[in-house]
Design a protein around this ligand. Structure first.
Ligand SMILES: Cc1cc2nc3c(=O)[nH]c(=O)nc-3n(C[C@H](O)[C@H](O)[C@H](O)COP(=O)(O)OP(=O)(O)OC[C@H]3O[C@@H](n4cnc5c(N)ncnc54)[C@H](O)[C@@H]3O)c2cc1C
Length: 464
C-alpha cells in the first residue's frame, strides 16, 4: 500500500489547545448568557428556591456540554481525540450527578419552607405535579447510570450491557428538557430567553444526531464497505482488509481508528474499535486485531465479500499534531497497528521501537522493515520480558550495539536507555501505543528526559 504523503502542518497554536480554547470559550459564553438570564428572570418564590433554580439551570448546561463531548463532532474529535473527550465526559458526568442532586434537594427544601408540610410530604406533593415528576424521573435515571459508571461496577458489567444502560441517559435528557420547558421561569419568562434556550438545545441535539446517526449512516451507504480479504498474521492476530466505493473521499488519516461492525458475524449492537493498521490509500482500509474476546477472536472467520458497517474515522493520534520533523514511534504488542500506519505516512526519517516478548509475537514486522528501508527509518525490535533477570544494559552498550547479545534489555524504556537509543529524542515528536503499563512507563521517561508535552502523543486503546 502506498500512503498519501501529507505536508507537515505546524500551527501557531497546537490543534488540541485550539480545540480546548474553542470549547471552553463557547461554554463560557453560554454560561455568561445563562447567568444574565438568571439574574433577570431567575427569582424564585423564596431565596431557597432561587438557589435551587440556579443549580437546575447549571444542570441543564452541564447536560448540553456532556452531549457535545460525545457527539463525535469531527473537528473536535480530530483535535482532542475520542479518549480525551470520553474522559472529560466521564468526570463531568459525576459533576452533573451532584448538580442534579443539589438542585433537587434545595427545591424540596424551598417548597418545605413555603408550605406547612415536612420535607417528605413536600417531596410527594411535588411528585404529583407533572413538571416536577419529570425532573424526578430524569434525576433518578442520572443517579442509576452514575452508579453503574463507577469503576467497581463498570468493571463487572460487560461493555455492551454497560453501554446499553448508559444510553438511558438520552431518555433522561429528553425528560429533563421537558421538565425545564414546563418548570423553568428563566426558560419561559421572556421571548429572548426562550429563543436562546431552544436555539442552543436544537444546536446541541442536531450535533448529536448528525455525529452519531446521520454521518455514520450516510458514510456507510456512500462507501458500501465490504470485506476484501482476511489475512492471519499470527495464531491470535488477524488482519481484515476492507474495500468500498470512493474511499479517497473518506477523511481518514494514519493513526486513526474506526468502530467496526460485521453484520452476520456478530450482533448488530456489538461494535469494536480497531485502528487502521495501514495508512489509508483511497482504495482500501485495513484493521489488524489481536484475539482478546469473542468478537476479536472470531474475526478470522468473517466472510470475504460480507458487508461491514464502520463508524469513523476517529482519533487524534495523527500527524495533525506533529510539531517537529523527526518522529519516534514506540509500539508495544498489537499497539503496532497505528504505529505501522504512521510510519507509512511519514516522510521524514523515523525511529521505531517495537516492544514484544519474542520475535514470533512481532506481527507486521516484515512490512515495517520494508517501509523503514523505503523511508530511511530505523526499526528496533525490543524482545524479552520487562524486569527479567539481568542488569539493564549501560547507555554505552545501547549506543554500541543497541543491546549486547545474550543480555536483552529488561528496561528498554528507562530514561537512560531511551536516550541512548534515540539521542535526539527531545527534537522529535514521540507517538506511543501499547499496553497501559508500558505506555505509562514511556510517558514518565519522556517527562524525565524533558521531551516537551506537545511533542508527546499516546493512544491507549481505551475509551473510558
Ligand atoms: C481507540 C482504540 C483502538 C484500538 N485498536 C486496536 C487495534 O488496532 N488492534 C487490536 O487488536 N485492538 C485494538 N483495540 C482494542 C479492541 O477494541 C478490543 O480488544 C476489542 O474491542 C475487544 O473486543 P472483544 O469483543 O473481542 O472482547 P471483549 O472481551 O468483548 O472486550 C474486551 C474489552 O474491550 C473493550 N471493548 C469492547 N468493545 C468496545 C467498544 N465498542 N468500545 C470500547 N471498548 C470496547 C472493553 O474494555 C472490553 O472490556 C483498540 C481499542 C481502542 C479503544
Amino acid at each position: 500500500m502506498t500512503a498519501t504523503a501529507r505536508p507537515l502542518t505546524r500551527a501557531a497554536v497546537p490543534p488540541g489547545t485550539l480545540a480546548t480554547y474553542v470549547l471552553l470559550g463557547a461554554w463560557l459564553a453560554h454560561v455568561l448568557v445563562v447567568e444574565v438570564l438568571f439574574i433577570k428572570y431567575g427569582k424564585g418564590k423564596n431565596s431557597i428556591l432561587t438557589v435551587g433554580k440556579f443549580f437546575g439551570l447549571h444542570a441543564a448546561m452541564i447536560m448540553m456540554l456532556q452531549l457535545i463531548l460525545v457527539a463525535r463532532v469531527p473537528w473536535l474529535d480530530r483535535r482532542l481525540g475520542m479518549d480525551r473527550l470520553t474522559r472529560w465526559h466521564r468526570w463531568i458526568g459525576f459533576t452533573l450527578l451532584w448538580t442534579v442532586l443539589t438542585h433537587a434537594t434545595i427545591v424540596v427544601a424551598g417548597y418545605t419552607a413555603l408550605g406547612s408540610e415536612g420535607p417528605w410530604d413536600t417531596f410527594w406533593s411535588l411528585a404529583g405535579v407533572t413538571a416536577s415528576m419529570l425532573g424526578m424521573i430524569a434525576a433518578s435515571i442520572i443517579v442509576v447510570v452514575a452508579a453503574l459508571s463507577m469503576r467497581y461496577v463498570r468493571r463487572r458489567l460487560g461493555y455492551e450491557i454497560w453501554h446499553a444502560l448508559h444510553l438511558l441517559l438520552y431518555v433522561a435528557v429528553g425528560i429533563g428538557l421537558a421538565h425545564q420547558a414546563l418548570e423553568g421561569t428563566t426558560f419561559t419568562q421572556s421571548t429572548a430567553a426562550e429563543v436562546y434556550w431552544w436555539t442552543v438545545w436544537v444546536a446541541v441535539l442536531a450535533a448529536l444526531v448528525i455525529g452519531r446517526i446521520v454521518v455514520p449512516l450516510w458514510r456507510n451507504a456512500y462507501h458500501g464497505f465490504r470485506v476484501a480479504a482476511v489475512v492471519p498474521e499470527a495464531d491470535n492476530v488477524v488482519s481484515v482488509h476492507v474495500t468500498g466505493r470512493h474511499l479517497d473521499k473518506l477523511p481518514a488519516r494514519a493513526g486513526q481508528f474506526m468502530i467496526w461492525r460485521f453484520p452476520g458475524h456478530n450482533n448488530w449492537w456489538q461494535a469494536n474499535p480497531f485502528s487502521l493498521s495501514a495508512a489509508p490509500n483511497g482504495r482500501s482500509l485495513r484493521l489488524t486485531a489481536k484475539a482478546v474476546g469473542k468478537t476479536s477472536a472470531g474475526l478470522r472467520h468473517v466472510k470475504v465479500g460480507g458487508r461491514v458497517f464502520a463508524e469513523g474515522p476517529y482519533g487524534a493520534f495523527t500527524t495533525l499534531h506533529q510539531t517537529r520533523p523527526g518522529l519516534l514511534l514506540i509500539a508495544g504488542g498489537v499497539g503496532i497497528t497505528p504505529i505501522r500506519a504512521l510510519l507509512e505516512e511519514s516522510t521524514e526519517p523515523s525511529v521505531v521501537l517495537y516492544r514484544v516478548h519474542n520475535e514470533a509475537e512481532a506481527v507486521l514486522l516484515p512490512e515495517l522493515e520494508a517501509l523503514a528501508r523505503e523511508r530511511g527509518a530505523r526499526v528496533h525490535l525490543l524482545t524479552g520480558r520487562t524486569g527479567a533477570a539481568g542488569r539493564p544494559p549501560s547507555a554505552a552498550a545501547w549506543r554500541r550495539r543497541f543491546w549486547p547479545a545474550g543480555s536483552p534489555p529488561n528496561m528498554p524504556f528507562a530514561p537512560e536507555n531511551l536516550a541512548a537509543a534515540v539521542p535526539d529524542i527531545a527534537e522529535r515528536d514521540v507517538y506511543v501505543c501499547g499496553p497501559l503499563p508500558m505506555t505509562e512507563a514511556v510517558l514518565r521517561s519522556l517527562h524525565a528526559l524533558g521531551v516537551p508535552r506537545r511533542q508527546v502523543h499516546a493512544e491507549r486503546f481505551s475509551l473510558a
